[in-house]
Design a binder for this molecule. Structure first.
Ligand SMILES: [Zn+2]
Length: 413
C-alpha cells in the first residue's frame, strides 16, 4: 500500500485547471462554475476509488470508503476546494488530493480498515463570499440553522446566499438541510500547506499542528483637532494621525520582542485625509494573534497602555469602537502524539507548531471532534498568491504521514 506521488501531482494539476488564471494561480470562488466543475471532477474520482459520495446543500462534498465496521464513527480527512481571488494551486486542494490519494491506495490494495474513511472537499473556507471564514463546515455544524439564505449578504458581489444557491443549483433551504452535524466522527485530520515560512526556513519536512491561533481585535478612534497645516504651531497641535502612528510603531516593537504573539495595525483611516489639514480624527484596528488566550489577554492590557500614552503625548482623546475576539483552539493532544509517533517511525524531520491562520479544523475541534493538522512546508512562506509552492518531495512525505495516521485512527476501536 503506497501513496502514488505521480498520481497525486496529476490530481493537483487537474484541480488547478478549474479557475486557472493566465499568469498562473487560480480563482475558484465557492458556487462558481469552476467550483462546481471541480467538485464534479472530485466526485467522479472518489467514486472511481470505490467511495460512495454525498454533496450537502451547502456545497460540501463527502466521499466514504467503507470500513469493516461501518456502524462505528468514521475518520474524516480533507480540506477546502475554494480559493481566494487570485489564489495559489495548493491552499486547500492539497489536503483534498492527499486524502483522496490515501483512499485510492487503500482501495487499490483491497485494504479495509475497521472504521470507514471519509474524504471531504469543503465549501467557502476562505470567507470570500459572505465575509465569514469556514462557512461551509459551519453550516454543516448547524451554526446557521433556522436562518434564511436571503438574510446572508454577499461581500464579494451583489446579492445574497439565496442567489448563490440558486445559481449553483443548490436548494434554498441549505442552512437547515445541510445542518446534519459532525457528531458521527471519530477524528478529523486536515493536511494543508503551512502558509508561513517556519518549516521552510528550518528546512523541516513536515509540521504537526498543536493549536490554531485565536485573535483579538481592538477598534479605536483618536479624536484631536483638525486645523490649518501651516498656521498651527507644532506645540499647539492635537494630531490624531501622529497618535495613531505611535501606536503602530509601539505595537510592532512589542510584538518583535515576543514570539508568542503577532500584532498588526492593518486598518488605519485618517480624516479629513488632505495634505494641508492637521488630521483631526483617526480610526484604527489593532489585531493580535496567539495560540494562547491568556497571552492575548495580557497583550490587550499592554496595547491599551500604549494607546493611552500615545493619546497623552499628542493631546488627543480616544474611544473604543468595539472589539472582537476569537479564541485559540488547542488540537487533540492524543492525535498530535499519534502523528508525532508516525512521523518518527517514517524518519521524517518534523516540527510541532501552531497554525497562525484559521482553518476548517478549528470548527471540527470546536465541535468536540478530536482533530489535528499536518503542514507541508510552503516555499518562502508564500500563499494566497500564484507563487504559492510546495515541493513534490515534501507533499509526498506529508501524504505518507497522513496515510499512516489515517491507518492508525481507522483501526483504533
Ligand atoms: Zn486554506
Amino acid at each position: 500500500m503506497a501513496i502514488n506521488s505521480a498520481r497525486l501531482q496529476q490530481t493537483l494539476q487537474k484541480l488547478a485547471e478549474y479557475g486557472a488564471l493566465p499568469d498562473g494561480g487560480t480563482t475558484r470562488l465557492t458556487y462558481s462554475r469552476e467550483f462546481m466543475q471541480a467538485q464534479e471532477y472530485l466526485r467522479q474520482e472518489m467514486e472511481q476509488a470505490g467511495m460512495t459520495t454525498e454533496i450537502d446543500a451547502a456545497g460540501n462534498l463527502i466521499g466514504t470508503l467503507r470500513g469493516k465496521q461501518p456502524q462505528l464513527p468514521a475518520v474524516m480527512s480533507g480540506s477546502h476546494l475554494d480559493t481566494v481571488p487570485q489564489g495559489g494551486n495548493f491552499d486547500g486542494v492539497l489536503g483534498i488530493a492527499a486524502a483522496l490519494e490515501v483512499a485510492r491506495s487503500w482501495q487499490e490494495d483491497g485494504y479495509m480498515p475497521q472504521r470507514s474513511l471519509q474524504v471531504i472537499a469543503t465549501a467557502e473556507e476562505e470567507g470570500t463570499a459572505f465575509g465569514m471564514a469556514c462557512f461551509g463546515v459551519r453550516v454543516r455544524s448547524g451554526e446557521f440553522k433556522g436562518r434564511q439564505a436571503d438574510e446572508i449578504k454577499c461581500t464579494s458581489r451583489a446579492g445574497t446566499l439565496a442567489d448563490c444557491l440558486r445559481e449553483a443549483g443548490l436548494p434554498q433551504d441549505a442552512l437547515s438541510s445541510a445542518a446534519c452535524g459532525f457528531g458521527n466522527l471519530a477524528a478529523f485530520v486536515e493536511l494543508h500547506i503551512e502558509q508561513g515560512a517556519e518549516l521552510d526556513e528550518q528546512e523541516r519536512e513536515v509540521g504537526i499542528v498543536t493549536h490554531i491561533v485565536g485573535y483579538d481585535r481592538l477598534h479605536i478612534t483618536f479624536c484631536g483637532e483638525a486645523n490649518h497645516a501651516g498656521t498651527t504651531a507644532m506645540h499647539r497641535r492635537r494630531d490624531a494621525a501622529a497618535a495613531g502612528a505611535e501606536v503602530i510603531i509601539a505595537v510592532r516593537d512589542l510584538a518583535r520582542q515576543d514570539r508568542r504573539f503577532v500584532a498588526t495595525v492593518g486598518k488605519f483611516t485618517v480624516e479629513p485625509n488632505v495634505p494641508n489639514i492637521v488630521p483631526g480624527r483617526v480610526s484604527l484596528c489593532v489585531e493580535t494573534r496567539s495560540y494562547d488566550d491568556a497571552i492575548l489577554q495580557e497583550v490587550r492590557g499592554q496595547v491599551l497602555r500604549i494607546i493611552e500614552q500615545a493619546a497623552a503625548a499628542n493631546g488627543v482623546i480616544w474611544q473604543t469602537d468595539g472589539d472582537f475576539h476569537v479564541s485559540a483552539v488547542p488540537l487533540s493532544e492524543r492525535l498530535v502524539t499519534t502523528a508525532s509517533e508516525e512521523a518518527e517511525r517514517l524518519h521524517l524531520d518534523y516540527l510541532a507548531l501552531p497554525s497562525w491562520a484559521g482553518h476548517d479544523t478549528q470548527i471540527f475541534a470546536g465541535a468536540g471532534i478530536p482533530a489535528v493538522m499536518l503542514f507541508v512546508p510552503s516555499v518562502r512562506g508564500i500563499s494566497h498568491a500564484a507563487a504559492e509552492y510546495s515541493t513534490p518531495e515534501n507533499i509526498f512525505r506529508c501524504s505518507c504521514l497522513l496515510d499512516a495516521v489515517l491507518q492508525r485512527l481507522t483501526n483504533e476501536i
